[in-house]
Design a protein around this ligand. Structure first.
Ligand code: GLU
Length: 352
């Protein structure tokens, strides 16, 4: 594999901490060493690090993840500063500087904030520092959460157009539980059979599990980014993966990458509204790369404003695309049947 230009390394709580919730300083230091080597060879590295809630729990002497959101948010506040301290201490021997970046979903969903984050990450890279990104759990309420850092890492991969996303967790890769019982080395396409191999997580601190790792792989693959899922407890795992000899699962980015703006439309939103279209319009959008005209619209669901990103669903009710609507839901009702009115321009429309 040629030296990648930019990679994301995502570490789960289970990789960063040992049994009992203490930080595994040796492992973090080893990862920093690998990152330093990559940087020497000209590869930019961005880290997505979990661990805030887990470290906060440990500091407060809690062995179970609190059920109340407020308690988890407080734990994140307590743990996040410790987390950054550890990263900076581990980077220092390699003369690297960590840059804490805390994001909420809104920071990437709202277009101008998304562009702002992109610029800032670029500048951190230009300074030669290493972004250490986590969700801003302390202020992320349930409805504005990414949900898990696997998804966050894939969104970051898409945002910075990374070549590779390496997800390190306690899992050795995607395991074919129904078949061979072994790690699947390479996945060319995430089919329903592949999805059936993923089970949820049972760990006390982990959030995502394999299901969210597959979702992350899909988002990153659509951005032209290859994805590794591997065990963070394997020595020198990053360089072994990059050398093509690492144990783990590689998800191949297939097809042409979706352009950046369309990725933002397809994967960074949580639409509150839907535009329903008839079968002919659905086909025109699916196959013809056309704009959605009012004549093809049969109705709307939910309330939205002009400029909002909405789901687009065919007669079966299943959303097959997302797009930025030129009109609000109330206006659309008055436009139904009109041939010359563009409701969603093809440049603002992404197939799911
Ligand atoms: N942001 C959470 C933390 O730092 C972890 C979320 C996750 O592991 O997916 O504790």
């Amino acid at each position: 594999m040629r030296a990648p230009k930019r990679i994301i390394v995502k570490l789960g709580t289970g990789v960063l901490t040992s049994e009992g919730g203490q930080l595994n300083a040796g492992r973090i230091s080893a990862v920093c060493g690998e990152i330093a080597e990559l940087r020497q060879s000209g590869t930019e590295v961005l880290v997505v690090s979990s661990g805030a809630v887990g470290l906060g729990m440990h500091a407060m002497g809690l062995s179970r993840r609190p059920r109340e959101l407020t308690k988890r948010q407080a734990c994140a506040a307590i743990g996040q500063s410790r987390l950054m301290q550890v990263w900076q201490e581990a980077f220092s021997p390699f003369n690297l500087t960590a840059a804490q970046v805390l994001l909420t979903h809104d920071d990437l969903r709202v277009r101008n904030r998304y562009l702002g984050v992109q610029e800032t990450l670029r500048q951190i890279g230009a300074y030669g520092a290493v972004p250490v990104i986590n969700e801003n759990d302390t202020v992320s309420a349930a409805e504005i959460k990414f949900g898990d850092n696997d998804t966050l890492s894939a969104m970051v991969a898409s945002l910075v157009s990374a070549d590779l996303l390496i997800i390190l967790s306690t899992a050795p890769g995607l395991i074919d539980l129904k078949g061979t019982g072994k790690v699947v080395p390479i996945v060319e396409k995430i089919t329903p059979e592949i999805e059936a191999m993923a089970g949820g997580t049972t760990s006390e601190t982990a959030v995502g599990g394999m299901v969210s790792k597959l979702t992350a792989a899909k988002i990153a693959n659509r951005a032209g980014c290859g994805v590794f899922i591997a065990s963070g407890s394997e020595p020198a795992i990053i360089s072994r993966l990059l050398g093509g000899a690492g144990p783990g699962t590689f998800f191949v980015p297939s097809g042409l990458p979706l352009e950046a703006k369309k990725r933002w439309i397809a994967y960074f939103q949580r639409p509150t509204g839907t535009i329903q279209v008839d079968i002919r319009a659905a086909q025109a959008l699916r196959n013809g790369g056309r704009s959605l005209l009012a004549v093809g619209v049969t109705g709307t669901d939910g309330s939205f404003e002009a400029g909002d990103v909405v789901n687009i669903a065919g007669p079966d009710g299943a959303p097959f695309a997302r797009g930025k609507s030129a009109y609000g839901s109330v206006q659309i009702k008055a436009l139904l049947g009109k041939k010359d009115v563009v409701v969603v321009h093809r440049n603002d429309l992404a197939l799911l």
